[in-house]
Design a binder for this molecule. Structure first.
Ligand code: ATP
Length: 231
């Protein structure tokens, strides 16, 4: 299922946050969205998810609108992490997966797999507020992937994580792609994008300044010239 944005624009009053953004996010690949603070990455994700209406342009998935009936096919890791601090990890993740159509027994099994994989097998019955920020982020990642979405949108998935956890998440992202998930993630850092993505878009003040296949971009510009400044 290819995700296509055509001339997508978002204005907040007279301020243009995203300006005529056109891109194609191919299926079963990893697409990187790069840009400094305020470039328009989160706003674009929110429009794709239908959390914000675009001011202009169209967003289609497999040539149709992304309707409510397809929302269970999408997983989202928001930049503002959104878990309930007072609820236990398993209770809330299984509940959220159920809302996305996954039976309880299947989500418990899947959760066990991910907790083992992320080396936190004993977190099932911990309240989210008892976990460190980094571990909360891993749990939020699991929440985005538990229902096995076809399209996974990750907003700054690596920010605030130590290098060991960054590696763990990167490996998970690559494995998910290899098992057929289409992945879009945003980052401030070129090295994450370079390592993981086949395609990328660099946004600057809501405008795509570079867009295409990473290897083509590197060939045209040279690695040095596409380095955006880190956070
Ligand atoms: P960051 O890495 O800081 O999250 P970003 O690339 O995700 O940056 P956005 O959050 O999409 O950037 O914001 C793009 C611009 O739109 C920013 O200037 C931001 O202040 C503005 N903006 C975002 N949401 C709103 C809103 N609801 N009302 C007004 N302006 C907004």
């Amino acid at each position: 299922m290819t995700l296509r944005l055509h001339n997508v624009t978002k204005k907040f009053g007279s301020f243009t946050a995203v300006d005529h953004l056109s891109l194609e996010i191919p299926e079963k690949q990893i697409f990187g969205f790069l840009g400094a603070n305020g470039a328009g990455k989160t706003t674009t994700f929110r429009m794709i998810l239908g959390l914000l209406d675009q001011t202009g342009g169209t967003i289609t998935w497999n040539d149709g609108d992304i309707g409510y009936d397809q929302s269970h096919l999408i997983g989202y890791l928001p930049e503002e992490r959104g878990l309930y601090p007072k609820l236990k990890v398993q209770d809330q993740l299984v509940y959220l997966a159920k809302l996305r159509g996954m039976p309880k027994s299947a989500s418990i099994k899947e959760l066990e797999y991910w907790l083992d994989r992320f080396k936190v097998p004993d977190y099932r019955n911990k309240k989210v507020e008892e976990l460190s920020k980094g571990n909360q982020q891993k749990i939020q990642f699991i929440s985005a992937v538990l229902h096995k979405p076809n399209l996974l949108i990750l907003d700054e998935p690596f920010s605030g994580l130590d290098p060991v956890n960054v590696e763990m998440l990167k490996e998970a992202v690559v494995d998910l792609k290899e098992s057929g998930t289409s992945i879009v993630f945003s980052s401030h850092r070129m090295e994450h994008v370079e390592e993981l993505c086949e395609h990328l878009c660099i946004l600057h003040h809501g405008t795509p300044v570079v867009h295409g296949q990473l290897k083509e971009i590197k060939r045209s510009f040279g690695k040095k010239n596409i380095r955006v400044h880190a956070d």
